[in-house]
Structure formats: C-alpha cells, structure tokens
Design a protein around this ligand. Structure first.
Ligand code: ZN
Length: 173
C-alpha cells in the first residue's frame, strides 16, 4: 500500500526514531509499503519517519533501471565508521520536493544493520550508496540535508516548501 510522504516543515520529521525490538510480519509489511511508496515517488531512499512512523527503518535502492531493482532493507541501521576523505553529491529528498543541494559527506562508511530475517549484517559502502545511507540514517535522528547548508540557504528552501504546501492544500480544498 502506498503511503503519504510528509513534507518539511513538519515537526514529525525532526523526531528521533525508536529502534525495532523484534522483526515480525508487521515490520516486513511496513517495509514493503515503504518500498512501494519510494518506487512510486520515485526516489532512491526512504526512512519510515517520512511516512510518519517513528521507527528506525530505511529502504534504499540506487539501481537506476526498473528491471534491475535491488532493494536494501535496513532495520536499526548504525554507522560504525566513516572515512576521512569526503565526496560531494547533489542531494534531494522526498520530504523536500523540488529542492536540491550539493552536500559534502564522508566518502565511505561501514554500516551495521538487521535484515528482514532478523539477522545482523555489516555493509561497506562507498559512492552514491554511502551518501544515501548517511542521508537516511540522518532521518532517523531528525536531521535533513538542508541542516548542512547555511542558515540563509536553508531558510530560503523552507520558505519555498511552505509555499508549495499551501498550494497543495489549495488544490485539495
Ligand atoms: Zn530524505
């Protein structure tokens, strides 16, 4: 089932998410919804908080072609280490529609997470996947990519989003 994605500014997007204690069918079904919502948007990553669920859950798929889909389900993801060298990607976010900015982050990271079967796993990531993982783990701690920008740039983006949200509401009414 496709879910509604929350748009910044929204106080829920700023909350810290709770860890999952047991991986059961409820969690698996929720993550299926998250994946469907992400593909439909379309996007390459989505955290549960973006659909209003304050749990430490993330789905990612950086494969570009529909036929080569390769989803990653991350439960309780935790970044164990980050490289000193950095890389810059132009980032966007499904909760900040139409907004993009170049963000510098550690180029590589080592991730620990639990998979859909409840097994603990580790993943070494670089390139776009590393950036995407860091962006999504930030969501679980109430952090958005605009928080890395100057106050001026951040305020400008938030102003645009407020206007965008008002326009959406007008259409609904
Ligand atoms: Zn995002």
């Amino acid at each position: 089932m496709k879910r509604k994605i929350l748009i910044e500014p929204d106080p829920i997007l700023r909350k810290k998410c709770e860890p999952i204690e047991k991986v059961n069918d409820d969690i698996r079904n929720l993550m299926k919804d998250m994946l469907q919502t992400m593909y439909d948007a379309p996007g390459i990553g989505l955290a549960a908080v973006q659909i209003g669920v304050l749990k430490r859950l993330v789905v990612i798929d950086i494969s570009k072609e529909e036929k080569k889909r390769d989803p990653l389900f991350l439960i309780n993801p935790e970044i164990l280490s980050k490289s000193e060298n950095t890389s810059v990607y132009e980032e966007g976010c499904l909760s900040l529609p139409g907004q993009f900015a170049e963000i510098e982050r550690p180029a590589k990271c080592l991730l620990k997470y639990v998979d859909l079967n409840g097994k603990e796993k580790k993943l070494k990531a670089d390139g776009l996947l590393s950036t995407c993982i860091q962006h999504e783990v930030d969501h679980l701690n109430g952090i958005l990519f605009i928080d890395y920008l100057s106050k001026l740039k951040k305020d400008m983006i938030i102003k645009k989003l407020v206007k965008h949200k008002k326009e959406i509401e007008r259409v609904v009414v």
